[in-house]
Design a protein around this ligand. Structure first.
Ligand code: GDP
Ligand code: IMO
Ligand code: MG
Length: 438
């Protein structure tokens, strides 16, 4: 103990990887608990830049455990490639651990994701086409395989033969696609299992052991609250639970072990893929922010849709994710803006609403009600203390804190590790909240 969960509080890409990497410097264990290689987490330090997809953002320090937990859908081929990429760039990846209970994401999941998206036509979700949805479907259908199964060749062969038979019907009859060859898949995935087996263990047991030793555990969410399968803009969501509570199921720890849930957000919003986005600025403002902040997907390279900060979304995130503190990234992006806007409520068919509606139709019709604040002209990329911010930037941060009801733990003025300014020592706070008998 203690444990902190880092969660995205918008539509993903809030800078979770950067904040995780930052907090990981003083953590002992870093755990990815859901999603898969749909995530793209960028990290920059010491003049180097990395993009991580499945491997936790704590991997840069081999003295720490970096755990891919049971809630993740793990593409073994992609993980091996990511390991190679890290090793080729001088990273000692020996701290990696992989849950024996993580679901395996197979190449056919990726194929099916692509075919399903194509079949959806104009109503496509805009997935990353990495097979995330189909892999979680198989998990919940109880027809998936887990990492432990890759290590048992007979069981793998028996199950994969049956799975491939069913997938081939779907591929050939439904989509007119090429059938799969079970034999070569068995060899391929058994081979991946052999390459990964040195990392495989019961990670829930290990996390519990570390917590009992008093170690600091950091849970790294992927995606964001608005992409959550239960609490996001369904069906324009991902297939897992990025919310804070997802960490308990996705890593096999009880909720009583977690003290702090840090909501990461940007000073504005972004979204990749389809679906409602009430504060979207599909105009020069959005283009300007996209270019200043290089808002292009880390995983797919797609331009991100941009919008003003949405306090309605944030309050939804505070509630469904149980956020206790806030990390605000990308404050530097607004330097040079005469004014900046914050959405404080929506107007829906003549009525003012302060909650995020479930109905897609309501969301498409909802018009943001904005508050306009004065911007600032100063370059703030070198700021290291709150008191050095221009008055209007400080004002903006204060307003975000007021509207979300959260204390700001960090704000950031650049993508680099040292561009994060700490206002609250989260480990100290979390340590003071530990329930000894939990
Ligand atoms: P994640 O998926 O939540 O880890 O976020 P991504 O890495 O996908 O996207 C965040 C983007 O914002 C990356 O390009 C980061 O380098 C960048 N970024 C993060 N924090 C800041 C910041 O404070 N200022 C600026 N200008 N860029 C930032
Ligand atoms: P990180 O962890 C932003 C989006 C996709 C699509 C929807 C479903 O980097 O914040 P999926 O492939 O998961 O079935 O796609 O979710 N999406 C993300 N958007 N950041 C991510 O991860 C995302 N992961 C998935 O664009 O709209
Ligand atoms: Mg990302």
């Amino acid at each position: 103990m203690p444990a902190i969960v880092v969660v995205g509080s918008q539509w993903g890409d809030e800078g979770k990887g950067k904040i995780t990497d930052f907090l990981a410097q003083t953590a002992d264990v870093i755990v990815r608990y859901q999603g898969g290689n749909n995530a793209g987490h960028s990290i920059a330090f010491a003049g180097k830049k990395f993009a991580l997809h499945s491997i936790p953002s704590g991997i840069f320090d081999p003295s720490k455990l970096s755990i891919i937990a049971n809630g993740v859908v793990l593409n073994p081929k992609a993980v091996l490639e990511e390991l190679k990429y890290l090793q080729d760039n001088g990273v000692d990846t020996s701290g990696l651990r992989i849950s024996d209970r993580a679901q395996v994401l197979f190449s056919f999941h990726k194929i099916i994701d692509g075919l399903q998206e194509e079949a959806r036509g104009a109503s496509k979700i805009g997935t990353t086409k990495n097979g995330i949805g189909p892999a979680y479907v198989d998990k919940f259908m109880r027809s998936g395989l887990r990492v432990a199964d890759l290590l048992d060749k007979d069981y793998l062969a028996q199950r994969l033969t049956a799975i491939v038979e069913e997938k081939n019907l779907i591929l050939t009859k439904l989509y007119g696609a090429e059938p799969l060859d079970a034999e070569s898949l068995i060899e391929e995935y058994y081979g991946y299992g052999q390459q990964l087996k040195r990392y495989v263990m019961d990670t829930s047991y290990q996390i519990d052991k570390e917590l009992r030793k008093g170690k600091k555990v950091l849970f790294e969410g992927a995606q964001g609250v608005m992409l959550d399968i239960d609490h996001g803009t369904y069906p324009y969501v991902t297939s897992s639970n990025p919310v804070g509570g997802g960490a308990t199921i996705g890593a096999g720890v009880g909720p009583s072990k977690i003290q702090e849930v840090l909501g990461v957000c940007k000073a504005y919003c972004s979204r990749v893929g389809e679906g409602p986005f009430p504060t979207e600025q599909n105009n020069q403002i959005g283009d300007k922010i996209r270019e200043i902040a290089h808002e292009y997907g880390v995983t797919t390279g797609r331009p991100r849709r941009i919008g003003w900060f949405d306090a309605v979304v944030m309050r939804h995130a505070v509630r469904v994710s149980g956020l206790t503190k806030l990390s605000v990234n990308c404050l530097d992006v607004f330097s040079g803006f005469e004014t900046v806007k914050i959405c404080v409520a929506y107007k829906l068919r003549g009525e003012t609403i302060k909650y995020y509606p479930a109905s897609l139709q309501d969301l498409y019709e909802a018009e943001p009600i904005y508050e306009e604040l004065l911007g600032w002209s100063e370059d703030i990329t070198g700021v290291t203390r709150l008191e050095d911010l221009p008055a209007n930037a400080l004002n903006y941060l204060k307003r975000l804190a007021e509207l979300t009801g959260l204390e700001i733990a960090t704000f950031a003025v650049g993508p680099e590790r040292d561009a994060t300014v700490v206002l609250k020592d989260l480990w100290e706070i979390a340590s003071s909240e530990v329930i000894v008998n939990a």
